[in-house]
Ligand binder design. Structure first.
Ligand SMILES: *[C@@H]1O[C@H](CO)[C@@H](O)[C@H](O)[C@H]1NC(C)=O
Ligand SMILES: *[C@@H]1O[C@H](CO)[C@@H](O)[C@H](O)[C@H]1NC(C)=O
Ligand SMILES: *[C@@H]1O[C@H](CO)[C@@H](O)[C@H](O)[C@H]1NC(C)=O
Length: 404
Protein backbone atom coordinates (compact mmCIF):
# COMPACT_ATOMS: atom_id res chain seq x y z
CA UNK A 1 0.00 0.00 0.00
CA UNK A 2 1.28 3.44 -0.90
CA UNK A 3 0.36 6.26 1.47
CA UNK A 4 -0.57 9.68 0.17
CA UNK A 5 2.44 11.63 1.54
CA UNK A 6 4.75 9.55 -0.65
CA UNK A 7 2.50 10.22 -3.61
CA UNK A 8 2.59 13.91 -2.83
CA UNK A 9 6.36 14.04 -2.95
CA UNK A 10 6.53 12.12 -6.18
CA UNK A 11 3.77 14.15 -7.75
CA UNK A 12 5.36 17.45 -6.87
CA UNK A 13 8.58 16.46 -8.59
CA UNK A 14 6.77 15.71 -11.82
CA UNK A 15 4.18 18.50 -11.84
CA UNK A 16 4.63 20.72 -14.84
CA UNK A 17 7.84 18.94 -15.70
CA UNK A 18 6.66 17.66 -19.05
CA UNK A 19 3.50 17.13 -21.02
CA UNK A 20 1.80 13.77 -21.06
CA UNK A 21 3.80 11.68 -23.49
CA UNK A 22 2.31 8.20 -23.75
CA UNK A 23 1.87 8.28 -27.52
CA UNK A 24 -1.88 7.55 -27.26
CA UNK A 25 -5.00 9.26 -28.56
CA UNK A 26 -3.37 11.11 -31.41
CA UNK A 27 -6.95 11.38 -32.67
CA UNK A 28 -10.03 11.23 -30.41
CA UNK A 29 -10.45 7.69 -29.05
CA UNK A 30 -13.42 5.65 -30.29
CA UNK A 31 -15.18 2.71 -28.73
CA UNK A 32 -17.95 1.63 -26.42
CA UNK A 33 -18.53 2.51 -22.77
CA UNK A 34 -21.14 0.95 -20.53
CA UNK A 35 -22.08 3.79 -18.20
CA UNK A 36 -24.95 5.75 -19.78
CA UNK A 37 -26.87 2.72 -21.00
CA UNK A 38 -26.12 0.21 -18.21
CA UNK A 39 -25.19 2.39 -15.23
CA UNK A 40 -24.65 0.31 -12.09
CA UNK A 41 -26.95 -2.56 -13.00
CA UNK A 42 -25.51 -5.51 -11.08
CA UNK A 43 -28.71 -7.57 -11.10
CA UNK A 44 -27.43 -10.48 -13.16
CA UNK A 45 -30.09 -12.75 -11.73
CA UNK A 46 -32.99 -10.90 -13.31
CA UNK A 47 -31.18 -9.13 -16.14
CA UNK A 48 -28.34 -11.44 -17.19
CA UNK A 49 -27.83 -9.69 -20.52
CA UNK A 50 -27.95 -6.15 -19.14
CA UNK A 51 -25.88 -6.33 -15.99
CA UNK A 52 -22.27 -5.17 -15.55
CA UNK A 53 -20.46 -8.43 -16.21
CA UNK A 54 -17.89 -9.98 -18.51
CA UNK A 55 -20.76 -11.29 -20.63
CA UNK A 56 -21.95 -7.78 -21.41
CA UNK A 57 -18.52 -6.55 -22.51
CA UNK A 58 -17.86 -9.67 -24.55
CA UNK A 59 -21.25 -9.46 -26.23
CA UNK A 60 -20.74 -5.82 -27.20
CA UNK A 61 -17.19 -6.61 -28.34
CA UNK A 62 -18.53 -9.34 -30.60
CA UNK A 63 -20.90 -6.84 -32.23
CA UNK A 64 -18.10 -4.28 -32.60
CA UNK A 65 -16.23 -6.84 -34.67
CA UNK A 66 -19.12 -8.45 -36.56
CA UNK A 67 -20.94 -5.27 -37.55
CA UNK A 68 -18.00 -3.21 -38.75
CA UNK A 69 -17.55 -0.84 -35.82
CA UNK A 70 -14.06 -2.02 -34.97
CA UNK A 71 -12.92 -1.57 -38.55
CA UNK A 72 -14.42 1.92 -38.52
CA UNK A 73 -12.22 2.78 -35.52
CA UNK A 74 -14.33 1.89 -32.47
CA UNK A 75 -11.72 -0.21 -30.65
CA UNK A 76 -12.02 0.58 -26.94
CA UNK A 77 -14.41 -1.48 -24.81
CA UNK A 78 -14.64 0.42 -21.55
CA UNK A 79 -15.88 -0.84 -18.22
CA UNK A 80 -17.29 1.85 -15.94
CA UNK A 81 -18.26 1.84 -12.26
CA UNK A 82 -19.46 -1.17 -10.23
CA UNK A 83 -17.14 -3.89 -11.50
CA UNK A 84 -15.22 -4.85 -8.31
CA UNK A 85 -16.12 -6.33 -4.98
CA UNK A 86 -17.05 -3.81 -2.31
CA UNK A 87 -13.81 -4.46 -0.45
CA UNK A 88 -10.17 -4.91 -1.43
CA UNK A 89 -8.50 -8.23 -0.64
CA UNK A 90 -6.15 -8.73 2.31
CA UNK A 91 -3.25 -7.37 0.24
CA UNK A 92 -5.17 -4.28 -0.74
CA UNK A 93 -5.87 -5.37 -4.30
CA UNK A 94 -9.01 -4.52 -6.21
CA UNK A 95 -10.95 -7.71 -6.97
CA UNK A 96 -13.35 -8.03 -9.88
CA UNK A 97 -16.68 -9.39 -8.60
CA UNK A 98 -16.18 -13.15 -9.18
CA UNK A 99 -19.89 -13.73 -9.76
CA UNK A 100 -19.99 -11.23 -12.60
CA UNK A 101 -16.41 -11.52 -13.87
CA UNK A 102 -15.71 -15.22 -13.24
CA UNK A 103 -12.85 -15.38 -15.75
CA UNK A 104 -11.08 -12.37 -14.27
CA UNK A 105 -9.89 -9.18 -15.88
CA UNK A 106 -6.76 -10.57 -17.46
CA UNK A 107 -8.85 -13.07 -19.41
CA UNK A 108 -11.26 -10.33 -20.45
CA UNK A 109 -8.37 -8.16 -21.67
CA UNK A 110 -6.96 -11.16 -23.56
CA UNK A 111 -10.37 -11.67 -25.15
CA UNK A 112 -10.45 -8.06 -26.35
CA UNK A 113 -6.88 -8.17 -27.62
CA UNK A 114 -7.54 -11.39 -29.53
CA UNK A 115 -10.25 -9.52 -31.43
CA UNK A 116 -8.19 -6.42 -32.16
CA UNK A 117 -9.93 -4.45 -29.41
CA UNK A 118 -8.74 -2.74 -26.23
CA UNK A 119 -10.07 -2.97 -22.69
CA UNK A 120 -10.69 0.08 -20.54
CA UNK A 121 -11.43 0.15 -16.82
CA UNK A 122 -12.70 2.62 -14.23
CA UNK A 123 -11.60 3.83 -10.83
CA UNK A 124 -11.84 6.98 -8.74
CA UNK A 125 -9.34 9.46 -7.38
CA UNK A 126 -11.16 9.56 -4.05
CA UNK A 127 -11.70 7.03 -1.30
CA UNK A 128 -14.69 5.48 -3.09
CA UNK A 129 -16.11 5.43 -6.59
CA UNK A 130 -19.36 7.30 -7.22
CA UNK A 131 -21.19 3.99 -6.82
CA UNK A 132 -19.51 3.27 -3.47
CA UNK A 133 -16.87 0.78 -4.63
CA UNK A 134 -13.23 1.07 -3.48
CA UNK A 135 -11.47 4.19 -4.78
CA UNK A 136 -7.80 4.57 -5.64
CA UNK A 137 -6.93 7.13 -2.96
CA UNK A 138 -3.92 5.72 -1.05
CA UNK A 139 -3.64 2.89 -3.62
CA UNK A 140 -2.61 4.70 -6.79
CA UNK A 141 0.62 2.84 -7.43
CA UNK A 142 -0.88 -0.52 -6.57
CA UNK A 143 -3.96 0.01 -8.73
CA UNK A 144 -1.95 1.29 -11.70
CA UNK A 145 0.21 -1.83 -11.49
CA UNK A 146 -2.84 -4.08 -11.14
CA UNK A 147 -4.38 -2.56 -14.27
CA UNK A 148 -1.11 -2.91 -16.19
CA UNK A 149 -0.73 -6.54 -15.05
CA UNK A 150 -4.21 -7.29 -16.31
CA UNK A 151 -3.39 -5.80 -19.71
CA UNK A 152 -5.73 -2.84 -19.37
CA UNK A 153 -5.45 -0.22 -22.14
CA UNK A 154 -7.41 2.71 -20.73
CA UNK A 155 -8.35 4.11 -17.33
CA UNK A 156 -11.17 6.50 -16.53
CA UNK A 157 -10.49 8.05 -13.13
CA UNK A 158 -13.59 9.63 -11.62
CA UNK A 159 -13.63 12.31 -8.94
CA UNK A 160 -16.23 11.29 -6.35
CA UNK A 161 -15.35 11.20 -2.63
CA UNK A 162 -12.53 13.65 -3.11
CA UNK A 163 -12.20 17.43 -3.04
CA UNK A 164 -11.36 19.58 -6.01
CA UNK A 165 -8.33 20.86 -4.06
CA UNK A 166 -6.92 17.32 -4.08
CA UNK A 167 -7.30 16.97 -7.85
CA UNK A 168 -4.16 18.90 -8.74
CA UNK A 169 -2.17 16.31 -6.80
CA UNK A 170 -4.25 13.18 -7.24
CA UNK A 171 -4.72 13.16 -11.01
CA UNK A 172 -1.01 13.81 -11.78
CA UNK A 173 -0.07 11.15 -9.23
CA UNK A 174 -2.05 8.50 -11.09
CA UNK A 175 -0.56 9.76 -14.38
CA UNK A 176 2.87 9.24 -12.86
CA UNK A 177 2.14 5.71 -11.68
CA UNK A 178 0.47 4.71 -14.94
CA UNK A 179 3.59 5.85 -16.73
CA UNK A 180 5.77 3.99 -14.23
CA UNK A 181 4.10 0.67 -15.11
CA UNK A 182 5.65 0.93 -18.56
CA UNK A 183 2.34 0.00 -20.18
CA UNK A 184 0.77 2.63 -22.42
CA UNK A 185 -2.60 3.28 -20.77
CA UNK A 186 -4.97 5.92 -22.10
CA UNK A 187 -5.86 8.21 -19.23
CA UNK A 188 -9.27 9.83 -18.93
CA UNK A 189 -9.70 12.30 -16.07
CA UNK A 190 -12.95 13.62 -14.65
CA UNK A 191 -10.95 16.48 -13.12
CA UNK A 192 -12.58 19.52 -14.80
CA UNK A 193 -16.13 18.13 -14.62
CA UNK A 194 -16.19 18.58 -10.87
CA UNK A 195 -14.73 22.09 -11.08
CA UNK A 196 -17.05 23.55 -13.73
CA UNK A 197 -19.95 22.54 -11.49
CA UNK A 198 -18.56 25.08 -9.04
CA UNK A 199 -18.54 27.90 -11.64
CA UNK A 200 -14.75 27.99 -11.78
CA UNK A 201 -12.37 27.66 -14.73
CA UNK A 202 -10.43 24.38 -14.47
CA UNK A 203 -6.63 24.46 -14.85
CA UNK A 204 -6.78 23.10 -18.40
CA UNK A 205 -3.08 23.50 -19.08
CA UNK A 206 -2.16 21.28 -16.17
CA UNK A 207 -4.98 18.86 -17.02
CA UNK A 208 -3.69 18.51 -20.58
CA UNK A 209 -0.18 17.86 -19.24
CA UNK A 210 -1.47 14.86 -17.34
CA UNK A 211 -4.52 13.42 -19.11
CA UNK A 212 -5.33 12.21 -22.63
CA UNK A 213 -8.94 13.23 -22.24
CA UNK A 214 -11.06 14.86 -19.64
CA UNK A 215 -14.76 15.11 -18.98
CA UNK A 216 -15.54 18.82 -18.77
CA UNK A 217 -19.16 18.99 -17.90
CA UNK A 218 -22.36 17.20 -16.84
CA UNK A 219 -22.93 13.48 -17.45
CA UNK A 220 -24.98 12.78 -20.55
CA UNK A 221 -28.42 11.18 -20.21
CA UNK A 222 -30.66 9.67 -22.87
CA UNK A 223 -32.45 12.83 -23.99
CA UNK A 224 -32.36 15.71 -26.46
CA UNK A 225 -32.29 18.23 -23.62
CA UNK A 226 -29.17 16.57 -22.25
CA UNK A 227 -27.44 16.70 -25.63
CA UNK A 228 -28.39 20.32 -26.29
CA UNK A 229 -27.39 21.33 -22.75
CA UNK A 230 -23.92 19.93 -23.40
CA UNK A 231 -23.70 21.61 -26.82
CA UNK A 232 -24.72 24.97 -25.39
CA UNK A 233 -22.15 24.72 -22.65
CA UNK A 234 -19.33 23.81 -25.06
CA UNK A 235 -20.47 26.63 -27.34
CA UNK A 236 -19.52 29.10 -24.61
CA UNK A 237 -15.94 27.74 -24.68
CA UNK A 238 -15.32 28.85 -21.10
CA UNK A 239 -11.64 29.30 -20.34
CA UNK A 240 -10.97 28.77 -24.05
CA UNK A 241 -11.14 25.06 -23.38
CA UNK A 242 -11.14 24.23 -27.09
CA UNK A 243 -7.53 25.45 -27.37
CA UNK A 244 -6.30 22.65 -25.15
CA UNK A 245 -7.45 19.96 -27.59
CA UNK A 246 -4.98 18.46 -30.01
CA UNK A 247 -3.23 15.16 -30.76
CA UNK A 248 -2.93 13.36 -27.41
CA UNK A 249 -5.40 15.61 -25.55
CA UNK A 250 -9.16 15.92 -25.90
CA UNK A 251 -12.09 17.61 -24.24
CA UNK A 252 -14.80 15.02 -23.63
CA UNK A 253 -18.46 16.08 -23.88
CA UNK A 254 -19.39 12.49 -22.90
CA UNK A 255 -20.84 9.41 -24.54
CA UNK A 256 -22.68 8.96 -27.84
CA UNK A 257 -26.30 7.95 -27.26
CA UNK A 258 -27.10 7.21 -30.91
CA UNK A 259 -29.12 3.99 -31.05
CA UNK A 260 -30.70 4.45 -27.61
CA UNK A 261 -34.23 5.65 -26.76
CA UNK A 262 -34.08 9.41 -26.26
CA UNK A 263 -33.19 10.95 -29.63
CA UNK A 264 -35.14 11.06 -32.88
CA UNK A 265 -33.24 10.19 -36.05
CA UNK A 266 -32.43 13.81 -36.91
CA UNK A 267 -31.38 14.47 -33.31
CA UNK A 268 -28.99 11.52 -33.54
CA UNK A 269 -27.51 13.21 -36.63
CA UNK A 270 -27.02 16.37 -34.58
CA UNK A 271 -25.07 14.51 -31.90
CA UNK A 272 -22.79 12.87 -34.47
CA UNK A 273 -22.20 16.14 -36.33
CA UNK A 274 -21.46 18.13 -33.19
CA UNK A 275 -19.21 15.51 -31.62
CA UNK A 276 -17.27 15.46 -34.92
CA UNK A 277 -16.99 19.27 -34.95
CA UNK A 278 -15.89 19.24 -31.30
CA UNK A 279 -13.17 16.61 -31.93
CA UNK A 280 -14.81 14.60 -29.16
CA UNK A 281 -14.07 11.03 -28.15
CA UNK A 282 -16.68 8.74 -29.72
CA UNK A 283 -17.62 6.31 -26.99
CA UNK A 284 -20.98 4.77 -27.81
CA UNK A 285 -23.16 3.75 -24.89
CA UNK A 286 -25.89 1.69 -26.46
CA UNK A 287 -26.84 -1.93 -27.08
CA UNK A 288 -25.12 -3.00 -30.27
CA UNK A 289 -27.09 -6.28 -30.17
CA UNK A 290 -30.26 -4.34 -30.70
CA UNK A 291 -29.87 -1.19 -32.76
CA UNK A 292 -31.77 0.18 -35.72
CA UNK A 293 -29.96 0.01 -39.07
CA UNK A 294 -30.31 3.78 -39.51
CA UNK A 295 -28.49 4.38 -36.20
CA UNK A 296 -25.81 1.89 -37.08
CA UNK A 297 -25.29 3.57 -40.46
CA UNK A 298 -24.92 6.91 -38.71
CA UNK A 299 -22.35 5.54 -36.28
CA UNK A 300 -20.44 4.00 -39.18
CA UNK A 301 -20.68 7.00 -41.52
CA UNK A 302 -17.13 7.27 -42.90
CA UNK A 303 -17.35 10.96 -43.69
CA UNK A 304 -18.51 11.86 -40.18
CA UNK A 305 -15.75 9.74 -38.65
CA UNK A 306 -13.13 11.27 -40.96
CA UNK A 307 -14.03 14.74 -39.67
CA UNK A 308 -13.96 13.57 -36.06
CA UNK A 309 -10.59 11.92 -36.66
CA UNK A 310 -8.99 14.71 -38.68
CA UNK A 311 -5.25 14.36 -37.98
CA UNK A 312 -4.70 18.06 -37.35
CA UNK A 313 -6.84 17.63 -34.24
CA UNK A 314 -8.18 21.18 -33.98
CA UNK A 315 -11.41 21.40 -31.99
CA UNK A 316 -14.21 23.35 -33.69
CA UNK A 317 -16.13 26.20 -32.16
CA UNK A 318 -19.43 28.01 -32.19
CA UNK A 319 -19.18 31.14 -34.33
CA UNK A 320 -22.64 32.55 -34.00
CA UNK A 321 -25.85 32.05 -32.09
CA UNK A 322 -29.23 33.71 -32.56
CA UNK A 323 -32.55 32.46 -31.23
CA UNK A 324 -32.67 28.79 -32.27
CA UNK A 325 -29.81 28.80 -34.74
CA UNK A 326 -26.12 28.18 -34.17
CA UNK A 327 -23.19 28.20 -36.63
CA UNK A 328 -20.21 26.01 -35.84
CA UNK A 329 -17.05 25.25 -37.78
CA UNK A 330 -13.91 23.19 -37.43
CA UNK A 331 -10.66 23.68 -39.38
CA UNK A 332 -9.51 20.49 -41.08
CA UNK A 333 -6.22 19.43 -42.62
CA UNK A 334 -5.38 20.94 -45.99
CA UNK A 335 -7.20 24.23 -45.43
CA UNK A 336 -10.69 22.70 -45.54
CA UNK A 337 -13.42 23.12 -42.93
CA UNK A 338 -16.35 21.23 -41.47
CA UNK A 339 -19.33 23.53 -40.99
CA UNK A 340 -22.62 22.99 -39.18
CA UNK A 341 -25.81 24.92 -38.70
CA UNK A 342 -27.94 23.57 -35.87
CA UNK A 343 -31.64 24.34 -35.69
CA UNK A 344 -32.75 23.95 -32.07
CA UNK A 345 -36.27 25.07 -33.03
CA UNK A 346 -39.06 22.55 -32.63
CA UNK A 347 -42.04 24.63 -33.80
CA UNK A 348 -43.32 24.37 -37.36
CA UNK A 349 -41.41 23.13 -40.37
CA UNK A 350 -37.95 23.63 -41.83
CA UNK A 351 -36.15 26.96 -41.33
CA UNK A 352 -34.91 28.68 -44.48
CA UNK A 353 -31.58 30.48 -44.11
CA UNK A 354 -29.32 32.40 -46.45
CA UNK A 355 -25.74 32.14 -45.29
CA UNK A 356 -22.22 32.73 -46.61
CA UNK A 357 -19.05 30.81 -45.82
CA UNK A 358 -17.79 34.02 -44.21
CA UNK A 359 -20.42 33.47 -41.50
CA UNK A 360 -18.47 30.38 -40.45
CA UNK A 361 -15.17 32.19 -40.08
CA UNK A 362 -13.60 30.40 -43.04
CA UNK A 363 -10.25 31.45 -44.37
CA UNK A 364 -9.63 31.00 -48.10
CA UNK A 365 -11.10 32.02 -51.45
CA UNK A 366 -13.16 29.19 -52.93
CA UNK A 367 -14.64 26.05 -51.44
CA UNK A 368 -16.45 22.98 -52.74
CA UNK A 369 -19.26 22.30 -50.27
CA UNK A 370 -20.61 18.77 -49.80
CA UNK A 371 -23.22 17.69 -47.27
CA UNK A 372 -21.66 15.08 -45.00
CA UNK A 373 -24.37 12.55 -44.06
CA UNK A 374 -25.56 11.87 -47.61
CA UNK A 375 -22.45 13.03 -49.48
CA UNK A 376 -24.59 15.42 -51.52
CA UNK A 377 -22.86 18.11 -53.56
CA UNK A 378 -24.11 21.54 -52.46
CA UNK A 379 -22.06 23.85 -54.68
CA UNK A 380 -18.88 25.80 -55.19
CA UNK A 381 -18.81 29.04 -53.21
CA UNK A 382 -16.57 31.99 -52.53
CA UNK A 383 -16.65 33.44 -49.02
CA UNK A 384 -19.35 35.94 -49.98
CA UNK A 385 -21.60 33.79 -52.19
CA UNK A 386 -25.03 33.13 -50.76
CA UNK A 387 -25.87 29.55 -49.86
CA UNK A 388 -29.53 28.78 -49.17
CA UNK A 389 -30.27 26.17 -46.55
CA UNK A 390 -33.46 24.48 -45.36
CA UNK A 391 -33.00 22.89 -41.93
CA UNK A 392 -35.59 20.68 -40.30
CA UNK A 393 -36.63 21.13 -36.66
CA UNK A 394 -33.97 19.80 -34.26
CA UNK A 395 -31.75 18.89 -37.19
CA UNK A 396 -28.42 20.06 -38.52
CA UNK A 397 -26.93 21.09 -41.83
CA UNK A 398 -23.51 19.47 -41.76
CA UNK A 399 -21.04 19.94 -44.60
CA UNK A 400 -17.41 19.86 -45.58
CA UNK A 401 -16.10 22.96 -47.31
CA UNK A 402 -13.16 21.59 -49.24
CA UNK A 403 -10.58 24.20 -50.09
CA UNK A 404 -10.10 24.57 -53.85
C1 LIG B 1 6.43 7.76 -19.66
O1 LIG B 1 6.84 9.12 -19.77
C2 LIG B 1 8.00 9.31 -20.57
C3 LIG B 1 8.40 10.78 -20.46
O2 LIG B 1 7.35 11.63 -20.75
C4 LIG B 1 7.68 8.89 -21.98
O3 LIG B 1 8.80 9.08 -22.82
C5 LIG B 1 7.24 7.44 -21.98
O4 LIG B 1 6.87 7.05 -23.29
C6 LIG B 1 6.08 7.22 -21.03
N1 LIG B 1 5.77 5.81 -20.95
C7 LIG B 1 4.53 5.35 -20.91
C8 LIG B 1 4.42 3.86 -20.84
O5 LIG B 1 3.53 6.05 -20.93
C1 LIG C 1 -9.71 33.41 -23.88
O1 LIG C 1 -9.22 34.01 -25.06
C2 LIG C 1 -9.51 35.37 -25.17
C3 LIG C 1 -9.12 35.84 -26.55
O2 LIG C 1 -7.78 35.54 -26.84
C4 LIG C 1 -8.79 36.11 -24.05
O3 LIG C 1 -9.07 37.48 -24.10
C5 LIG C 1 -9.26 35.53 -22.71
O4 LIG C 1 -8.54 36.12 -21.66
C6 LIG C 1 -9.07 34.05 -22.65
N1 LIG C 1 -9.70 33.54 -21.43
C7 LIG C 1 -9.10 32.68 -20.62
C8 LIG C 1 -9.86 32.30 -19.38
O5 LIG C 1 -8.00 32.21 -20.83
C1 LIG D 1 -16.88 19.42 -56.08
O1 LIG D 1 -17.16 18.17 -55.47
C2 LIG D 1 -17.96 17.33 -56.27
C3 LIG D 1 -18.25 16.07 -55.46
O2 LIG D 1 -19.00 16.39 -54.31
C4 LIG D 1 -17.27 17.01 -57.57
O3 LIG D 1 -18.14 16.24 -58.37
C5 LIG D 1 -16.91 18.30 -58.28
O4 LIG D 1 -16.14 18.01 -59.43
C6 LIG D 1 -16.13 19.22 -57.37
N1 LIG D 1 -15.93 20.51 -58.05
C7 LIG D 1 -14.74 21.15 -58.07
C8 LIG D 1 -14.69 22.46 -58.76
O5 LIG D 1 -13.76 20.68 -57.54
Amino acid sequence: MRMLPVCLLLAVTILGAHALDNGLARTPPMGWLSWQRYRCNIDCKNQPDECISENLYKAQADRLVADGYRDAGYVYVNIDDCWPLRARDADGNLVPDPARFPSGMKALADYMHSKGLKLGIYSDMGSETCGGYPGSKFYMEQDAQTFADWGIDSLKLDGCYSTTDDFAIGYPTMAFFLNKTGRAILYSCSWPAYITGKQKIPPYKQIAQNCNLWRNYADIADSWSSVTGIMSWFGEDQGNLSRFAGPGNWNDPDMIIVGDYGLSYVQQRVQMAMWAIMAAPLYMSNDLRNIKPESRDLLLNKRVIAINQDPMGVQGNRLFKASNIEFWSRPLSGGSFAIAVVNYGDAGGPVRLEVTLENFGLDGTKFNVTEVFDNKFVGVFTLKDTMTLLINPTDVFFAVAKKL
